[in-house]
Ligand binder design. Sequence first.
Ligand SMILES: C[S@@+](CC[C@H](N)C(=O)[O-])C[C@H]1O[C@@H](n2cnc3c(N)ncnc32)[C@H](O)[C@@H]1O
Length: 305
Amino acid sequence: MSETENLGVYGTMPAAFMPSPTPALQFSPLMPGAAALEQHGEATLAGMTMLAPPGTAERRYAIALALRALEPGAPLTVMAPRDKGGTRIARELTAFGCTVDDTARRHYRICTTPRPKALSGLEEAIAAGAQRLVPEIGLWSQPGVFSWDRIDPGSALLLQHLPALAGNGADFGCGIGVLSRTALASPAIRRLTLIDNDRRAIEAARRNIDDPRAELRWADLRDAGLAPNGLDFVIMNPPFHDGGAEDKALGQDFIRRAAEALRAGGTCWLTANRHLPYEGVMKTLFKQIKLKAEAGGYKIYEAVK
Ligand SMILES: C[S@@+](CC[C@H](N)C(=O)[O-])C[C@H]1O[C@@H](n2cnc3c(N)ncnc32)[C@H](O)[C@@H]1O
């Protein structure tokens, strides 16, 4: 297949009514190993199907990159649930110069358009959604990553209670590296492995953490065998959303992975919203669970394996 015959896909389409094109190059930053639309050649894709992300800047950025990567005349399909940006897609595509066919299916809006010859506003949308230094937090970040322009209050509470850690550790779901930056202030840390399934977060963390003891991995922690073994500590603010929907099992999976990765006597420092059901699973995996703090709707635990 020549490059101009390539089809692109961004995200996983709702299988019930929209089969993902195959073969197609995956571009979602949330799928480890996927290609980066930012680096794809202009006017090289023969078609693109996109499950658009929910945030406005993130969505306009992804759509603008997709339009830039498509050949003139190539079909673009962009969809999203109505309440997660779906109702805005047609307007956004029209503003880029597209002629849009907007349909509704189940609770989704589906917009299709041929990539027009002349486009407008792409560069501005790409700049507005790009990686940048956020002055308010003094860190590199990007619209779309977790809590991209403010420190999450649960993470802030954990930072207040984190002791000086030592040995080999990991930051599960590291995001842009907020927890790791503080942890690495301890000279007794030998190695810290940062893992996140969001490429944009890993790229930002790479800029935020300039420390030879840090190793960053773009990976999905639900996959077995990813984390190092015999760790002295794990720090985390586990995710509880997957694909925009609340998923309590995801945080519980993170806790299982932490227990697998720790040596006997190793500690897991965890922050969580008070309502999340983590204590049950922690009790089955750890020898001792200490509630170290509770404030502002968050709980901080130290779990000893
Ligand atoms: C609550 S945020 C915490 C981010 C960062 N540690 C902080 O404190 O700001 C959870 C992080 O987990 C990541 N994440 C979600 N699902 C994941 C998965 N399956 N594998 C790895 N990371 C994941 C998200 O991208 C997000 O950065």
